[in-house]
Ligand binder design. Structure first.
Ligand SMILES: NC(=O)c1ccc[n+]([C@@H]2O[C@H](COP(=O)([O-])OP(=O)(O)OC[C@H]3O[C@@H](n4cnc5c(N)ncnc54)[C@H](OP(=O)(O)O)[C@@H]3O)[C@@H](O)[C@H]2O)c1
Length: 327
């Protein structure tokens, strides 16, 4: 890692120390675009896109399943409408290996081509397996990724929600084929430290795999705008801990925010960067994007990281993340 970010193994792509998550872009089921949250529009998303890139958060994470492809379509329109900024970004998408996708090689290539079509790209910088739910072994998935790589459709290869054992095994399968595993995207924040306590972050370091931290703001909870008396919408099932416990964490995060003249969200993101992971916070508008990317300027001391460690929900995990128990 350097100030400029991380190089993705097996490719020439470098990503910054902080990226942007785009699950909410075009999604109405969880994030409410066009339904309960009428403030989220393609205009506000465009503002978030421009502000993020202009502040150095040039890495965008999407997936075929976000908004049933709408997140990728929106990014495609943003890329096409602004070639100058398009030249600066790195785009990651994901293949969802539903168990019924038995012929994983042809299904992955089909999904990837559809993603590229929606994005208007010939190649994505990073292509990830969304989660360890395939009925096929790691060898079959690695083989499918190898085919996509040799066709020149993807730069680097990643996984998501993989445990220590799964990460090692997938990296080994790629290595047998002359390729490298670049990333593992996992839920990691002050509300969920399992990737740290399970040894996953250490494994990633050993293997040269960049950990990408999703839901790094606890789906908005760590920004301090939600509380026990003002809980987030019930659709926010990641980091879904009792808000009384979250309030205690946020109280300490606020203390450090005051010391840095920063916002609580920026401190939560700076803590993740201090752990060597790349946070990919979702941003719905200009102000959120500016606030999140502002975390790139914050550097926490060892004492401050330790103070946050102490305040975090160290053992949390049982209640949240009902989909992904790994990582
Ligand atoms: N691989 C996986 O299985 C997986 C799973 C989950 C997420 N992800 C990825 O990780 C990304 C981020 O995770 P996430 O979206 O779940 O959670 P998050 O980044 O922790 O929270 C994002 C939400 O917090 C609020 N927010 C963001 N910045 C803010 C700010 N500066 N001030 C106030 N509120 C702010 C916004 O919602 P409100 O304004 O409505 O509160 C925003 O949509 C996703 O977009 C996706 O790319 C991957």
């Amino acid at each position: 890692m350097g100030d400029l970010g991380f190089q993705l193994a097996g490719s020439a792509t470098t990503i910054p120390r902080l990226g942007v998550g785009t699950w909410a872009w075009g999604d109405s089921k969880v994030w409410g675009m066009g339904s309960y949250d009428t403030s989220l529009t393609e205009d506000t998303i465009g503002e978030a896109w421009r502000a993020s890139i202009d502040m150095g958060a040039t890495f965008f994470d999407t997936a075929e399943v976000y908004g049933a492809g709408e997140s990728e379509r929106i990014i495609g329109r943003l890329l096409a409408g602004d070639p100058q900024r398009a030249a600066k970004v790195q785009i990651a998408s994901k293949f969802f290996p539903y168990p019924w996708k038995i012929n994983v090689r042809s299904q992955l290539l089909k999904s990837l081509r559809a993603s590229l079509e929606r994005l208007g790209l010939e190649k994505v910088d990073l292509y990830q397996v969304h989660g360890p739910v395939s009925l096929r072994g790691h060898g079959a998935l690695a083989e499918a990724m190898t085919a996509a790589h040799s066709e020149g459709l993807i730069g680097a290869i990643g996984v998501s929600n993989y445990s220590v054992r799964e990460t090692r095994s997938f990296a080994e399968q790629l290595s047998k084929r002359g390729l490298a595993l670049a990333t593992n995207q996992i839920e990691f924040s002050l509300l969920r430290r399992i990737p740290e306590t399970s040894g996953l972050l250490e494994t990633c370091r050993d293997l040269g795999v960049v950990p990408l931290a999703y839901s790094p703001l606890g789906q908005g909870r760590l920004t301090g705008k939600y509380s026990a008396t003002n809980p987030p919408p019930s659709t926010r099932t990641f980091s879904n801990y009792p808000m009384e416990k979250v309030d205690e964490v946020v109280r300490v995060v606020r203390e450090l925010a005051d010391a840095h003249e920063a916002t609580p969200g920026q401190i939560a993101l700076a803590w993740i960067m201090a752990k060597g992971a790349v946070p990919i916070p979702g941003a719905k508008n200009h102000d959120q994007a500016t606030d999140n990317a502002g975390a790139l300027k914050i550097s926490l001391s060892e004492e401050q990281v330790a103070r946050l460690d102490e305040a975090s929900l160290l053992k949390a995990g049982g209640l949240s993340n009902r989909f992904w128990q790994h990582g």
